[in-house]
Design a protein around this ligand. Structure first.
Ligand code: SAM
Length: 263
């Protein structure tokens, strides 16, 4: 199959010489305006990904389809999204596998939802709960926009407006992933449908939250309870200047995983 050229309706990133990124939705007859000048979308539609276009101000912009991580950092946010470094760890340590049925709460801005949906694939299912209507609507918008930008519909994602503490009607689920302030309150009734051996994963920013959650998991018969955090340090590689970057995203959150044991 040949290279898929950029089409109207797609979301693309325009990247300027200082590597500032702008997420735009391509449309016939539309224009992109920035301090560097104007670019006609028609210059981009039909071009191969990775092309460079010149603005009316004479600067060059590179056009690329965003990776999922780039998209989630650029999309509109209702709630704080999980950073890519932590999403990667959650997918592996919570063992999100192809074909799995995963329950998530809260949906927030839908960043983790998209990563879970990609990991479970078209034969899997992601059911995501969100308590706040404004966050739910934002998550729906962001999830749909990601798929629409690829000419598809999110067939394996169900975004539910509701409180996960009210319980999950599904009979059996393989994984539960909770990114919300009080996950210990979900341990018990809301984790009932988790299959024996299934994994519950919680993402939490502070130590007291971790302690509450681990205590609840121990009380409720979960085993193999592990807590970790991920530190990612990027490097500068430029001539003789080969060293870690001066700045890094240091603390974000702790990841707890636990396995449901039979009674
Ligand atoms: C930090 S945000 C989640 C961000 C999300 N993981 C993402 O990557 O975009 C936490 C969300 O949990 C929601 N929430 C809190 N308690 C909840 C509950 N009991 N049931 C469902 N959602 C809940 C909040 O409204 C908030 O939107």
């Amino acid at each position: 199959m040949g290279q898929r050229l950029l089409e109207a309706g797609e979301r693309v990133l325009l990247i300027d010489p200082k590597e500032r990124r702008y997420l735009i939705s391509l449309g016939t007859g539309k224009q992109f305006h920035s301090h560097l000048g104007i670019v006609e979308h028609d210059q981009l539609i039909g071009a191969p990904e990775g092309s460079r276009v010149r603005t009316t101000g004479g600067s060059q912009l590179l056009v690329l389809r965003p990776t999922l991580a780039e998209y989630t950092l650029k999309m509109k946010r209702g709630a704080q999204v999980i950073y890519p470094k932590d999403v990667g760890l959650i997918l592996v340590y919570a063992d999100i596998f192809e074909g799995a049925t995963v329950v998530e709460a809260g949906s927030g801005s839908g960043s983790l939802t998209l990563a879970l949906a990609r990991a479970v694939g078209e034969h899997g299912r992601v059911i995501s709960y969100e308590l706040r209507e404004d966050h739910h609507e934002r998550a729906v918008e962001n999830v749909n926009a990601w798929y629409e930008g690829r000419g598809r519909k999110p067939t394996n994602v169900e975004l539910r407006l509701g409180d996960v503490f009210d319980g999950i009607p599904e009979e059996v689920v393989d994984r539960i992933v909770l990114d919300m302030p009080e996950p210990w309150r979900a341990v018990g009734p809301s984790t009932e449908p988790l299959a024996g051996g299934g994994i519950l994963c919680c993402y939490l920013p502070t130590v007291p939250q971790v302690v509450h959650t681990v205590e609840a998991l121990r009380r409720d018969g979960f085993g193999f309870i592990d807590t970790l955090e991920g530190l990612v340090r990027t490097w500068n590689i430029d001539g003789q200047s080969v060293r870690p970057d001066h700045r890094m995203v240091a603390h974000t959150g702790f990841i707890i995983t636990a396995r449901k044991l039979a009674d």
